[in-house]
Structures are given as structure tokens and as C-alpha cells.
Design a protein around this ligand. Structure first.
Ligand SMILES: [Zn+2]
Length: 417
């Protein structure tokens, strides 16, 4: 199969998936949060059925899982591995409808939308010049391209269909999962029935440019502090009223003003007070905790309990309750001797495909961060695109093809281990 026909096939698949509007909607309370995600999941399901995948299941929360069965002879086994990609595209107040196209990029600026005057300028995005002479997927300047994560979906589907056509290529069991609502707090993956994804380790394809590998993400928790004061008429409230808003203020004042998102970068951690509401009788403070280091993470959770207890001592007639929920974990904390092959094989696959790895510590999380917290080590690698979440998102077909080749190579290497 020539490289251009693989690229044609990937591009055609991407255009088909991206034509389905599937933005997630943070204000919806159901999972999935939008109808378009159902539409895409049903399309993938029928394509997997036609290709002959097994154990195909679409859950009531729109999590699609399937199995590509092992071709190894009896007596030989390989670890079952998985791939997880997401069905939704991000809502950043752009058009929900994606009108993508392939262009031949020569050099200089690219006109994305003539009537709206939207240009991808080389001055603003100098990385585009690396792709002179290549074919590139772009949107029309009114929406994201949605390579995040439909390039990941397309690479996995293309690999699945081709593998199922070829029973001679050695592979172990490969499980696929397509989950909704990643962009709004990993809501979809949390509803996955892990019995349908019985893998030793997995991968997400949910990172940007060629070579990116993410093995390290934040540990993340959200904390809610609820405060109940004592109301009284101000005319006779001396020694009587307990103002919950001032207690909330006392609590917030105890945090380090330099340990915040706006003062940290790289692997530095933070505590982010990002919600406050209050009235005469109650107040509530919402806090996000983010730390790559598990000890630091646990210390921060404890610190919030300690601060609340200390402030409560000064206001013994108030009630203060603290609730802290783990949201997702650092991928690397799930790495063990048994599953370290997941990243060893990324390194080997990249060497084989001539890709220079770019190792990133992500100041965020992926579906893999949640899966890793459940014990399934799930590193993340590139889709090949640039400028996720922007109208300037673009995807060079050469890099897209390398992402697809990573899927094939990782499956083949897992069968050799
Ligand atoms: Zn994504």
C-alpha cells in the first residue's frame, strides 16, 4: 500500500467523521452531552461490524467498545492492549460544524476563509513552514478542525479495519474504546465498563504534533468547602452573628498566593480557588488541586482539611465541612514492571518510524489519566496536529500517517513481547 493511498484513506475517513458535529456540552447533565456523539458512535459501530470486529458494544452512555481478536497460534500469547480515543470535539464558542478540507501547502500564509478574512499566518504560526510541499487538513476558519480527537479516532479505525482484513499478521487481542465527553472533565470514560476493556495497558491518541508523548499528567482533585454560619438581625448581632462569608475569606487567605495557576508552570503544582458563593447563612468555596507528584498531591488535600479545621477553631459556632474528590491520576504512577512495555514500545516504535520523541509533562489530564487511576497504565501520544482548540488547528497528512503507523507498530510489538 503506497503512502499516498494510506493518506487518502485517512483523510477520507477524517472528513467523514469530522462532518458529524459532536461538540460536548458542559452545561448538559446527561452522558453523552450531545446527540452528535451518538451519531458518530453509531457510525463507528457499523463500520466495526462490517469489518468483522468482535464484542462490539455501545453502552447507554455512548461508550463504544470492541475487540480485534488475536491471530497468534495456539500456545502463543501476547498481552492484550487497548486504544482509547474520544468522540467529542471541544466547545470554545466557535461553530459546532466542521467543514474540513485538504490543501496542498506550498509556503507562506493560508487563507482559511475568504469571506470572513481568516488567515493562518506564517508569522503567527511559524511551525507551518515545516510542512511546505505537504498536504494538510484545515478547517474553514469558523471552527476547530477537531483533529482532537477525530484524527485519533480515524487512525485507530483505519488500523482496525486493515488488521481485520489480514489474519496473517501476528497480533494479540486488541481492545478499542471510543468515549464521549472527554473535553468536559473526562465524563465519558468514567462510565466505561472496564470489564469490556480487559487490557494490560492502553494508549490514547490525544496529543498534538508529531513525536509528542505524554506519560506524565497531573493528579487532580476537586475540593468543596461548605460553611454554615449563624444569622442574626444586625441590630442585636454582637456576639451572636457568625458570618460565613468572612469564614470563607479566612480560609482562602490561608493559601499560598504563589501556589496558583497564574504563578506556576512546567511540573509546578497549584491550588486554585475557582468558585465562591455565599449569603448570610451559608458559603461555599470550590478549589481545584493539581500536582504531578503524588506525595505533594496528598499533602495538599490534607492541608485543605487542616486549614478548614484551624479556621473553624476561631469560629466554633460555625460548621465547616470539606469534601475532596479525586478526579484523575498521574499516568506515570500506574507504571509497573508488568506494563512498562507500553512505553518501551513507544520508544522502539518511534525509533523504527524515524520519529524524534518529544516528552511532555501535561498540565492537565487525559482519558488515560482516569484509566491509569483505575490501574490501566495508559500513556498518550501524538495525532500529528497543531493548535488544538483553535480555528488555526491543522493536521499534516504525513504526521497523521505516522500516528496511524504508531498504532500498527505498537500492536505488532506487543505481540512480540
Ligand atoms: Zn482531546
Amino acid at each position: 500500500m503506497s503512502t499516498s493511498s494510506i493518506q487518502d484513506s485517512l483523510a477520507e475517513r477524517f472528513l467523514r467523521y469530522s462532518a458529524i458535529s459532536s461538540q460536548s456540552n458542559a452545561s448538559a447533565t446527561t452522558v453523552p452531552t450531545s446527540e452528535g456523539q451518538w451519531e458518530l458512535a453509531r457510525l463507528l459501530k457499523s463500520e466495526l461490524e462490517d469489518a468483522g470486529a468482535e464484542e462490539i458494544h455501545l453502552s447507554e452512555t455512548c461508550v463504544l467498545t470492541a475487540k480485534i481478536p488475536s491471530t497468534l497460534p495456539q500456545g502463543r500469547s501476547a498481552p492484550a492492549i487497548g486504544f482509547c480515543t474520544h468522540l467529542d470535539t471541544v466547545d470554545v464558542n466557535l461553530s459546532p460544524d466542521v467543514r474540513a478540507r485538504v490543501i496542498d501547502y506550498h509556503s507562506g500564509d493560508v487563507c482559511l476563509n475568504e469571506s470572513e478574512g481568516v488567515w493562518l499566518r506564517e508569522n503567527d504560526h511559524p511551525e507551518i513552514s515545516r510542512y511546505a510541499g505537504e498536504r494538510i487538513l484545515v478547517a474553514d476558519g469558523t471552527s476547530v478542525l477537531g483533529a482532537d480527537d477525530k484524527a485519533g479516532v480515524a487512525s485507530v479505525m483505519e488500523a482496525a479495519v486493515r488488521l481485520l482484513e489480514d489474519p496473517t499478521a501476528p497480533r494479540g487481542d486488541v481492545y478499542l474504546s471510543f468515549v464521549p465527553d472527554e473535553e468536559i472533565g473526562l465524563r465519558g470514560v468514567r462510565t466505561m465498563d472496564l470489564a469490556r476493556f480487559p487490557v494490560q495497558y492502553a494508549y490514547t491518541l490525544d496529543s498534538c504534533e508529531l513525536g509528542e508523548v505524554v506519560e506524565s499528567t497531573f493528579n487532580a482533585a476537586s475540593a468543596t468547602i461548605d460553611i454554615v454560619g449563624v444569622t442574626a438581625h444586625p441590630m442585636n448581632s454582637k456576639g451572636n452573628m457568625v458570618n460565613p462569608i468572612l469564614i470563607a475569606h479566612d480560609i482562602i487567605a490561608q493559601f499560598d498566593r504563589h501556589e496558583t495557576p497564574e504563578h506556576t508552570e512546567g511540573r509546578e503544582s497549584y491550588i486554585w480557588v475557582n468558585e465562591i458563593e455565599g449569603n448570610q447563612s451559608t458559603a461555599r468555596v470550590g478549589i481545584s488541586i493539581r500536582d504531578h507528584d503524588l506525595d505533594g498531591y496528598e499533602e495538599k488535600k490534607q492541608r485543605i482539611h487542616d486549614i478548614a479545621a484551624r479556621v473553624l477553631k476561631r469560629h466554633p459556632r460555625a460548621k465547616v465541612t470539606v469534601e475532596i474528590d479525586d478526579v484523575y491520576g498521574n499516568i506515570e504512577d500506574a507504571k509497573t514492571e508488568e506494563n512498562a512495555a507500553a512505553t518501551d514500545n513507544i520508544v522502539k516504535a518511534m525509533a523504527e518510524l524515524g520519529i524524534d520523541p518529544i516528552n511532555l509533562s501535561m498540565r492537565g489530564g487525559t482519558d488515560g489519566s482516569w484509566l491509569s487511576r483505575q490501574g490501566i497504565f495508559t500513556p498518550n501520544f501524538f495525532t500529528g496536529a497543531h493548535n488544538f482548540h483553535s480555528v488555526f488547528e491543522f493536521l499534516p497528512l504525513n504526521a497523521f500517517e505516522k500516528s496511524f503507523e504508531m498504532v500498527n507498530t505498537l500492536i505488532r510489538r506487543a505481540a512480540q513481547s
